[in-house]
Design a protein around this ligand. Structure first.
Ligand code: NAP
Length: 332
């Protein structure tokens, strides 16, 4: 690789807006961390959309090389745990907030952030999963750890056509759960959601409304990526002692609702955070992803795009216009 390489750099303008520009960097520009990685792919997650558009103050310091995910090959390492040639990935850990991330052809990283890419996956596939898919796995593990068996009743997935939603449906269906997908794009996404294993598809408006304190029993569990009144509706419709892992806010950060489902149906609201999850949880999630993900099915949920399209794709994901996942080829 030449002495200079491409990176998408975010700068804050005088009017507080954020600009995203591809710049040529050198190794000396990178942070002084122990492991240098030749990055192959990154991704566009909802949080990346917030960062590159400046729609939310995700980025705590500028200039910032954004991108909360990356996968690539170790080039050099000052840490004995990693050797040149090792295949690694990073999800979260403050990349694109306080630390430089994956929208670069090379990046220097802390060894404690690195997860080995499972042999089952290429770099492209690992990033097709990315933070969204690893978060979906954390949600599914929370459901299984709670003891919800596939015959317990339907599991509802909100924001179904998005990144977390599509992977969650794929994983739940593979494990034998009966999956209900909630989407604002019923007709546009129906074929994909059914292909992934959803047995029922319901329109977003069925849940994105004011919920009664307690409604008819429907869900044995849920994966909620939307928050706000959608999450409140899910919580209002639990079967007895259902669990609701909540990981997202695509519909808003509020949570209007009642305590009735907690005290009368014993529902559990389980927060899911992927960013600072400890290494053993990450490793467990990636090990299980390697066992559960059908690579042919995975191919149906992502597109590969060049680094230059990240700002445009960031705007699109915030508008709810991306179906499934976007993988970024940082070398294209
Ligand atoms: N806790 C964590 O560690 C963690 C990790 C990853 C992601 N997240 C969060 O999880 C959420 C989903 O992430 P993602 O990467 O899957 O994003 P995404 O690909 O944009 O998917 C979000 C989906 O939510 C639905 N949606 C969008 N706007 C909505 C609205 N106003 N009301 C109701 N539904 C709406 C859309 O699905 P339909 O078109 O099917 O309705 C959209 O595809 C985001 O809030 C993200 O920040 C959190």
């Amino acid at each position: 690789m030449s002495d200079t390489f491409n990176a998408l750099v975010l700068d804050r303008n005088e009017d507080k807006s954020v600009s995203a520009t591809i710049k040529r960097l050198t190794l000396a520009d990178l942070p002084d961390e122990d492991v240098l990685v030749d990055v192959a792919y990154s991704t566009v997650n909802y949080k990346d959309g917030l960062a590159v558009t400046g729609a939310s103050p995700i980025v705590r310091k500028f200039p910032m090389v954004a991108g909360i995910d990356l996968a690539g090959t170790v080039a050099t390492s000052r840490d004995s745990r990693f050797q040149p040639g090792d295949r690694v990935l990073v999800n979260g850990y403050g990349l694109s907030e306080r630390f430089w991330g994956g929208y670069a052809q090379r990046q220097k990283l802390k060894p404690e952030w690195l997860v080995r890419v499972p042999d089952a996956f290429s770099f492209e596939e690992a990033m097709a999963i990315g933070t969204a898919g690893y978060t979906a796995m954390l949600c599914v593990q929370a459901i299984r750890d709670w003891g919800v068996k596939p015959d317990a009743g339907p599991v509802v997935v909100t924001g179904a056509a998005g990144g977390v939603g599509t992977v969650a449906i794929m994983l739940l269906a593979k494990l034998g759960y009966q999956v209900t997908a909630v989407t604002g794009r019923v007709e546009e996404a129906r074929a994909l959601l059914e292909q992934l294993g959803a047995s029922e598809i319901i329109p977003r408006a069925d849940l994105a409304r004011d919920a009664a304190p307690l409604e008819a029993e429907r869900w044995a569990a849920a994966v909620d990526t939307v928050g706000a009144n959608t999450l409140a509706s899910v919580i209002a419709q639990p079967r007895y002692e259902a669990i609701v892992p909540a990981c997202g806010l695509a519909g808003g950060a509020g949570l209007p609702g009642s305590v009735m489902p907690f005290i009368l149906r014993g529902v559990t609201l389980r927060g899911i955070d992927s960013v600072m999850a400890a290494q053993p949880r990450r490793q467990r999630a990636w090990d299980e992803l390697a066992k559960l993900v059908d690579r042919a099915l995975l191919r149906a949920i992502y597109e590969v795009e060049p680094l230059a399209r990240v700002p445009e794709l960031g705007r699109a994901i915030l508008a709810g216009a991306i179906k499934g996942r976007v993988v970024i080829d940082v070398n294209r």
